[in-house]
Design a protein around this ligand. Structure first.
Ligand SMILES: C[S@@+](CC[C@H](N)C(=O)[O-])C[C@H]1O[C@@H](n2cnc3c(N)ncnc32)[C@H](O)[C@@H]1O
Length: 274
């Protein structure tokens, strides 16, 4: 797609960002059938949410930035387009299975970033290493695998690796009250709180396939013992049932299904005296 971001590259305009998203999405879904193309294609840009978020965050031009739970690096790509001089590192629990795609996605996006395989609860960097840090829709997956303790450990370690005055960006479906509780007493001043709806409307056919895929993805994150097919099937049934109930309420109310959201963002600054 584009050239790799260079130190003196100019940030892209909104129109250019949209074009980059479209081109990356076309590459990402090239082998998918039409229904899967809609569902998988959502991961690139997240229905406008990634452009909205990166357009609001106060990141320093030449800083060192860590994206935690980067998955296959879709938010890293967006950060690279928006802040071409930012030095980017992505961290994920694994880069196998679907996450093996991360480096080719970055290559295709024309974004330079290093990838580090590690647990977000124990970030393998020294105190004060980063100017800024983000976690885009990662806390919910960490919660599925390791509960509330996992989220607390992740947020505390994220703050540890930020330099004093560094910027913390958390983006998830959590309520603003929950974000505040998480950051309370951890040495971060909240400087921005906002939310954005997903610009997505799916019909019943797409919705039915999407909740099947999402329920499977949820079970994958649960860290169930390998080979325990019974627990896996039971977990799938329960999660699918909940998602299906939400889906039918939405379809009967509005005639369409919005799979996520609104997505909420909290931006904090680490206290200088820490
Ligand atoms: C929904 S994805 C987040 C989307 C991603 N930020 C992006 O830009 O495409 C959640 C990710 O969290 C990762 N994850 C789950 N538990 C983790 C942990 N303890 N440490 C690091 N990553 C974790 C999963 O492997 C998954 O890739």
């Amino acid at each position: 797609m584009g050239k790799k971001a260079s130190k003196n590259a100019l940030a892209l305009t909104e129109d250019q960002l949209l074009k980059c998203e479209k081109a990356l999405r076309a590459w990402f879904i090239c082998d998918a059938d039409p229904v899967e193309a809609l569902i998988d294609g959502l991961d690139i840009g997240w229905g406008g949410v990634q452009r909205w978020a990166t357009g609001r965050v106060p990141l320093s031009e030449n800083g060192l930035h860590l994206d935690v739970a980067c998955g296959y690096a879709t938010f890293l790509a967006q950060l690279g387009w928006r802040f071409p001089s930012l030095q980017l590192i992505g961290l994920n629990i694994d880069f196998t299975g679907p996450h093996a795609l991360a480096s080719s996605l970055l290559e295709e996006a024309g974004v330079d970033a290093s990838l580090v395989q590690a647990d977000a609860r124990r970030i393998p960097f020294a105190v004060g290493s980063f100017d800024s840090l983000s976690c885009f829709l990662g806390l919910q997956d960490i919660e599925i695998g390791s509960g509330e303790d996992g989220i607390l450990a992740t947020v505390a370690d994220a703050i540890r690796v930020l330099r004093p005055g560094g910027i913390l960006i958390l983006i998830d479906e959590y309520s603003q009250e929950r974000f505040e509780e998480l950051l309370n007493e951890l040495g971060v001043s909240v400087i921005e709180q906002s939310e954005h709806p997903l610009d997505i409307r799916w019909d019943e056919k797409v919705a039915a396939h999407a909740i099947h895929l999402y329920a499977e993805g949820w079970v994958d994150q649960m860290n169930l013992p390998e080979g325990d097919e019974e627990s896996r099937a039971a977990a799938y049934r329960e999660i699918f049932r909940r998602m299906e109930a939400d889906c039918s309420v939405q379809l009967s109310r509005s005639g369409y299904y919005v799979p996520f959201g609104p997505v909420r963002m909290v931006v904090g600054r680490k206290w200088r005296e820490q």
